[in-house]
Design a protein. Structure first.
Length: 192
């Protein structure tokens, strides 16, 4: 599947991210490692405690998301993320970008009705409690492609090789948490 794709991580200032259960996170980290072991681009090479598999649900290139932290916690608490999680499925590989023949390789998070409803609730909370936050278009409801990034800047000529290293089977999982990531301050604030 080809898409317009996400913005460059370097441009991100703040993002709201969903986190998966431990089994799914381990499986995605194994995919990162398989790519890195083959000498391919991989998120395994990004150091830092905050580097973990996640699904970005909202991004602003300015500030403002912390103003909605309380409302976002209420949304995630209402969905029981910290207690039961939300059932989800990690699906097929997807590609974003293609700028200069380099791609973002990811796996789709199947956009179920509960996931899309949760996503809309997050954006509703942001509109009400952080109205000055300029949310980038690709993360808005009806424009969002839920995914888990595996590699950035994947050369076009190595995409086939990269795909052979990935387990194509659907991976049932649970969305088990959420966080606010500030890429400038390099801080993570748990939201669920």
């Amino acid at each position: 599947m080809l898409s317009a794709g996400p913005r460059s991580v370097a441009a991100m200032v703040q993002s709201i991210e969903l986190l998966l259960d431990e089994r799914a996170e381990d499986a995605l980290r194994a995919a990162w490692s398989a790519l890195a072991d083959a000498g391919l681009p991989s998120l395994a090479t990004h150091p830092g405690d905050s580097n973990r598999p996640h699904v970005t649900v909202a991004v602003t290139e300015g500030a403002g998301f912390p103003a909605a932290a309380g409302a976002l916690r209420a949304v995630f608490e209402g969905w029981g993320l910290a207690v039961n999680g939300l059932a989800a499925v990690v699906g097929a590989p997807v590609l974003f970008g293609g700028h200069r023949h380099r791609w973002v390789l990811a796996r789709q998070l199947v956009p179920s009705r509960p996931l899309l409803t949760l996503h809309a609730a997050v954006h509703r909370a942001l509109r009400l409690d952080a109205p000055d936050a300029a949310v980038i278009e690709q993360t808005l409801p009806d424009r969002w492609t839920p995914h888990l990034s595996l590699a950035r800047r994947m050369p076009a000529e190595r995409l086939g090789e990269a795909l052979t290293l990935l387990d194509p089977e659907p991976l049932p999982c649970r969305i088990a948490g959420a966080r606010l990531w500030d890429s400038v301050a390099k801080t993570v604030v748990p939201l669920a």
